[in-house]
Design a protein around this ligand. Structure first.
Ligand code: HEM
Length: 336
């Protein structure tokens, strides 16, 4: 399961690369089994390329890049899909073996089967997202579907990570539920929620291409709150479709995330009852949020180069990992 967690981080990185290189729409069909075989003849490459030429993205973004250019974006998308299938095998084959030899409890077996099914569903959601990019008036996928795909990937990752950590460490270490400990525990939950919300906001920032505007920090076009924040009506529409508001919200949430993590560490380090493992995890989370914040600003100031966008997206998963490890190490609060 830990191997699958590593593979999932790799998958999130590959997803970022695929999105940022505009490769996601290059494979225009979804064949869960036979799609594993890439084009093997020149005729098949030409057929796939001819298909791709029919969608608006080709004409607007990649017009005239030739078969070699098409092959480049095709391989990015193909590897992303292939990696997904490979994860399915890495989960399924040991699962069958361990279940047959009676190593796994029924509960764990059922949970792992559920993860396998959800992994398949994530593939289907990926296709649901990609299909939205083929509409006659679009050159990219629908932001809402991008966020759906991203959120499901993170949710599945959290579930597998939690299960893996619990399998490694089945008995939580008792931590006395003093008021200070309970406060840090509650803050750790809040941190997980705000990190998740910042990630969703990051999804909309990426989906609406908001990172290509207002490339200054901390001001946006000379203002702390950009002019035109509330341009759209009804008001809530701004949070999803207005580039100024989408980017501002992501910055604001990221700043709140960093501040909340700072506060949690401050209290956590003054609460010795938490124990060393939980305090170490808090410190790791602190370093990670600093790195992620700096990467976010770098991505913005450099106008979203592929490497920075990919690393920023991947480090979001690593930040979430540290937040989950903190929560996992605090599992024993009040438990005898
Ligand atoms: C706690 C800190 C942060 C987290 C967890 C976070 C998370 C994310 C995630 C997950 C994405 C990509 C979503 C996707 O690909 O669908 C993203 C995109 C982005 N973030 Fe952040 N972010 C953080 C801080 C920041 C900061 C401080 C800035 C800049 C001030 C920033 C600027 C951006 C930009 C410009 C994008 C779009 C890049 C692209 O198009 O690929 N982020 N963020």
């Amino acid at each position: 399961m830990l191997a699958i967690c590593f593979m999932l981080i790799g998958m999130i990185a590959l997803g970022g690369y695929t999105r940022l290189t505009g490769s996601g729409l290059s494979i225009m069909d979804w064949r869960p089994i036979t799609g594993m075989i890439p084009p093997l003849s020149h005729a098949e490459w030409e057929r796939q390329f001819a298909l791709y030429k029919t969608i608006p993205q080709y004409k607007i973004l990649h017009d005239g890049f030739g078969l070699a250019g098409f092959q480049k974006i095709f391989w990015a998308e193909w590897i992303h899909r292939f990696w997904g299938r490979l994860m399915g095998f890495v989960l399924l084959l040991p699962l069958i073996w361990f279940a047959v030899t009676g190593v796994l409890s029924r509960r764990l077996t059922a949970r792992l089967i559920l993860f396998f099914v959800l992994g398949g569903l994530q593939g289907a959601i990926g296709w649901f997202m990609v299909a939205s990019g083929f509409n006659p008036d679009s050159t990219a996928v629908a932001p809402v579907r991008l966020v759906l795909h991203l959120c499901c990937a993170f949710a599945l990752y959290i579930a597998i990570l939690w299960t893996a950590l619990s399998a490694r460490n089945p008995e939580p270490e008792f931590i006395p539920a003093t008021p200070a400990v309970v406060r840090v525990h509650r803050l750790a939950w809040l941190v997980c929620c705000i990190v998740a919300t910042t990630i969703i906001a990051g999804g909309f920032t990426a989906g609406t291409h908001a990172g290509f505007s207002y490339n200054t920090f901390p001001l946006m076009d000379g203002h702390l709150i950009p002019a035109g924040y509330a341009r759209l009506h009804p008001f809530w529409l701004n949070w999803f479709q207005n580039i100024a508001a989408v980017q501002f919200d992501h910055r604001l949430l990221a700043t709140c995330t960093a501040a909340l993590i700072g506060g949690t560490i401050f209290l956590g380090l003054r609460t010795p009852q938490l124990g060393r493992p939980a305090q170490d995890a808090l410190m790791l989370m602190g370093w990670m949020v600093l790195l992620q914040y700096a990467l976010g600003v770098t991505t913005l100031l450099l106008v979203v180069p592929v490497w920075a966008g990919t690393v920023h997206q991947t480090c979001a998963a690593l930040l979430l990992t540290t937040a989950i490890i903190v929560l996992h190490r605090l599992r024993g609060v009040g438990r005898v």
